[in-house]
Design a binder for this molecule. Sequence first.
Ligand SMILES: C[S@@+](CC[C@H](N)C(=O)[O-])C[C@H]1O[C@@H](n2cnc3c(N)ncnc32)[C@H](O)[C@@H]1O
Length: 242
Amino acid sequence: MIRSKESVEKTKYVKNMFGEISARYDLLNWIMTLGKHRKWREKAAVIACTGNDRQALSVLDVASGTGDFAFQISKHENVNHITAMDLSEEMLMIAKRKSENVKSSCDTDFVVCDVMHMPFPDDLFSVVTVGFGFRNFVDLECGLAEMIRVAEPGGKVVILEIVKPEGILMSKIFPVYFRRLTPLLGSLFAGNVEAYKYLPESVNNFVSSSQIKTMMEMVGLKNVSVERLAMGSVGIISGTKF
Ligand SMILES: C[S@@+](CC[C@H](N)C(=O)[O-])C[C@H]1O[C@@H](n2cnc3c(N)ncnc32)[C@H](O)[C@@H]1O
């Protein structure tokens, strides 16, 4: 795939930004979600690990960051191997360190790479997930297509994401929270206002659960379903590759 100069620059920016905030990412996650992210990950992990006939699942967690979603998935008994991949080496180094304290019998691999060019063959994984990483992709459709490429037929693709709420009230309140409070908290706790300005600024990728569902259906996933959490500001969207 030929990449534009703009997409190369944006990828570099995202990689550096997450590298810079990596040490404080977990703390910020707790503060910004008031600790709720744990429950959301638990729910998404159940969706990812159920409904597959295979006894032993091999899972790829894309944009795994500091690993919390991957670790939650690895606790499921039917998961025997998980690959955590991320663009940022710093984020994955923290994940690797944390993995030493995770109680799970599942093998874990850590791979530094870009979702747009994953070094995995087609149809390799029983499940492919991404938690709060999808909207950071430079090109949502290409990232999704690449996730589907490495999922085996019958395998699930699951996206857990902060989404644009679709209800009248939340669609008014949430952008204000996201635009104003996120950079403020970022400057207070991560010491990096720029990085947390980026989050609300990536409006182009700020899509609703319904838009992600449509995207998944357009690229050929079947049985696409949506679970809305946190008054519609968080979505778990999953589909099956045929
Ligand atoms: C908000 S964090 C989410 C981390 C983790 N999945 C979680 O649930 O907390 C977003 C992650 O996406 C990664 N990322 C962004 N663009 C990426 C890309 N093109 N390929 C791989 N990882 C990417 C970043 O490096 C960062 O670690």
